[in-house]
Design a protein around this ligand. Structure first.
Ligand code: SF4
Length: 153
């Protein structure tokens, strides 16, 4: 009989119940907490890792000449912090041989799809900084949107 090692995941820290979102709230998920309790999920917040505080200005991703920028509603450019946080999440995944992530939807860092920079609730067809960097490096990214429908996590 063969026993298969259960998958391990990078997960968005806010889904573990930590209030690290821009507005000091969380996105608690019972499934994520169960995975953490089982030692199979590693909660990280790329925006905190990038040096940003909580609370912080809301930011959306803007495609400028094919390059993604993280711009706040007041026009401040946070791209360096977003890139830095994404890189740290990728390095953690590589160091710990983690090949899957479950990330919170629509975030400018974690979203597989994210808002388009108009602050009008319009989703763009590109991903947030961390989701995109993980995808570019062969890591499977599962959106929180799909979490409830997944079985056998
Ligand atoms: S960057 Fe990701 S982990 Fe951090 S608050 Fe936003 S969605 Fe949650």
């Amino acid at each position: 009989m063969t026993s298969q090692t259960p998958d391990r995941y990078i997960v968005s820290l806010c889904m573990a119940g930590f209030p690290c979102r821009y507005n000091n709230t969380d996105k608690f998920s019972q499934i994520i907490v169960r995975l953490i309790d089982e030692g199979r999920a590693f909660p990280l917040c790329p925006e905190l890792l990038g040096g940003l505080p909580t609370p912080r200005e809301p930011v959306e991703c803007v495609d400028i000449d094919g390059e993604l920028h993280a711009i706040s509603q007041s026009g401040k450019d946070y791209t360096d912090a977003f890139r830095n946080g994404a890189e740290q999440v990728l390095q953690f995944a590589k160091q710990h041989h983690i090949t899957k992530a479950i990330l919170y939807k629509n975030s400018p860092s974690c979203g597989i799809r994210t808002y388009d920079g108009t602050f009008s609730g319009t989703l763009a067809d590109y991903s947030g900084f961390t989701a995109q960097l993980l995808l570019d490096n062969g890591i499977e990214v599962i959106s929180s949107t799909d979490l409830e429908t997944l079985e056998n996590l």
